[in-house]
Ligand binder design. Structure first.
Ligand code: AVI
Length: 353
C-alpha cells in the first residue's frame, strides 16, 4: 500500500503492444503508476502516528517484502479461517456467484481487481466470467508485473492492465480501462474490514462509481463469530501473526532510522465488542525510549513509552451480514445477494451498481 492520492498528471503509461506468435496475436499488459511512492511523506506519516497521544501506525506499513511473505504464511494457518473459507465459498458456489454477477453486468464485463497482488483469486474466475479486460490494481505496479506477464502467457488474447494506486486514499482509474463497458469490481479477502466504517463507505462509493454503468461489486467480508475463534485467528500459537505485527517495527527502523528493539515489544490481538473489530497492538514489555533520525525525511524525534503502553497497528472489522448489506446500500448499490459457508463465518456479496 502507498501514500499519495491519485494524480492523473503523474500517470506513467507504458504502451501496450501486440506481438505475433504464429497466427495468434499475443497481447502485452499495459501498466500505469498513478501515485509516486513518496518515502518522505511515508516517513512523516509514520512519525506523526508515533508521536500522537495514543500512538498508532497505519497497517499499510506491514507490507514490505517480508511483511507480504508473513501475510502469505498467515493465510496458510489453521487458525486464520478467512482466506480458506472465502476460497471454499467461491469454489463451491462459483456458478451461482458468477450468475449473480453476470445478471448485473451482462456478458464479458471488465474485471477490476482491488489489491490484486498475485492476481490468483481473480484468475480463478476467468473461465466462468469471461472478462473482456482484466484490470489489476495494487499500490505499486511492480507488485503486478510478474503476475500479469504470467497471466498473459496463459491468456494471450485477454487485455490486461496493471494500475499502481493507493486506493486506500482514493480509487479512480485512468480513462479507457473500465468506462467503456460494464465493470465488475472484485474486492476479496475482507480487506474492506481494515477500514473504519466511514472510510469503507467512501471506498465502496468510489467502487460503485467505477461500475455504475450497469456493473456489480463482488466483495468478501468477514462476519461476526465466537470471540475465541476470532482471537485465535489473530494470535496464532506459532507466532506468525506476532511476527507480522512486530515486523512493522523493523519497517519503521528502516524508514525512519528508528531504534526499536523488537525484543522489548509484544503482539496483542483482542476483539473489541463495542466496535465489532479485532484490534492489533504492539505493547512495550518495559519502559522504553525510542529515537529516530531525520534520515527518512521526518524530523528527528523521540518518544518514551511506559511499560504496557501500546502502539495501535490494525483494526479488522467483523460485520453482521445485515449491517454489511446496509453499508453497501448506503454506498449506492441496489440489490445485494449473499453467499456464505455452512457456519456463516464469511460472506461473499454481489451488489448491483
Ligand atoms: C489483509 N487483511 C484482510 C487481514 C485481516 O484479516 O484483517 C490482515 C491481517 N492482520 C492480521 N492477520 C491478517
Amino acid at each position: 500500500m502507498g501514500v499519495a492520492g491519485a494524480n492523473p498528471a503523474l500517470d506513467h503509461r507504458i504502451a501496450r503492444r501486440g506481438t505475433m506468435t504464429g497466427t495468434n496475436t499475443m497481447k502485452t499488459p499495459q501498466f500505469f503508476q498513478l501515485d509516486s511512492l513518496d518515502m518522505r511523506r511515508l516517513a512523516e506519516e509514520a512519525a506523526a502516528g508515533l508521536l500522537a497521544p495514543g500512538a498508532a501506525v497505519s497497517p499499510k506499513f506491514f507490507y514490505d517484502a517480508l511483511g507480504s511473505r508473513l501475510f502469505d504464511a498467515i493465510t496458510a494457518l489453521d487458525e486464520y479461517y478467512p482466506t480458506r473459507v472465502e476460497t471454499s465459498i467461491l469454489a463451491a458456489q462459483q456458478a451461482a456467484v458468477v450468475d449473480a454477477v453476470l445478471s448485473c453486468s451482462g456478458p464479458r464485463p471488465v474485471l477490476v481487481d482491488l489489491g490484486a497482488g498475485s492476481c490468483a483469486k481473480a484468475a480463478r474466475l476467468f473461465r466462468s466470467l469471461h472478462p473482456r479486460r482484466y484490470v489489476a490494481v495494487d499500490i505499486s505496479v511492480d507488485f503486478l508485473r510478474e503476475a500479469l506477464e504470467g497471466l498473459q502467457r496463459e491468456h494471450p488474447a485477454l487485455e490486461l492492465a496493471g494500475v499502481g494506486q493507493d486506493f486506500s486514499a482514493r480509487l479512480a482509474l485512468p480513462p479507457g480501462l473500465a468506462d467503456d463497458a460494464p465493470a465488475v469490481v472484485f474486492y476479496p479477502g475482507s480487506s474492506i474490514g481494515n477500514f473504519a466504517p466511514a472510510d469503507a463507505l467512501r471506498l465502496l462509493g468510489e467502487a460503485r462509481a467505477l461500475c455504475a454503468k450497469g456493473g456489480a461489486l463482488l466483495i468478501g467480508a468477514d462476519l461476526v463469530k465466537p470471540v475465541a475463534v476470532l482471537e485465535a485467528a489473530y494470535d496464532d500459537p506459532l507466532g506468525v501473526t506476532a511476527a507480522f505485527n512486530l515486523n512493522l517495527l523493523r519497517r519503521l527502523n528502516a524508514l525512519l532510522g528508528a531504534d526499536f528493539d523488537l525484543r522489548q515489544w509484544r503482539h496483542v490481538a483482542l476483539f473489541d465488542e463495542r466496535h465489532s473489530r479485532i484490534e492489533m497492538h504492539l505493547e512495550a514489555r518495559r519502559a522504553v525510549q525510542v529515537r529516530w533520525g531525520s534520515a527518512g525525511g521526518a524530523t528527528a524525534s523521540k518518544r518514551a513509552f511506559a511499560a504496557g503502553e501500546r502502539i495501535h497497528t490494525e483494526n479488522s472489522y467483523k460485520w453482521r451480514p445485515e449491517a454489511f448489506e446496509a453499508l453497501l446500500r448506503e454506498a449506492g448499490f441496489s440489490t445485494v445477494r449473499r453467499f456464505t459457508d455452512p457456519q456463516g463465518w464469511f460472506g461473499v456479496f454481489v451488489a448491483r451498481a
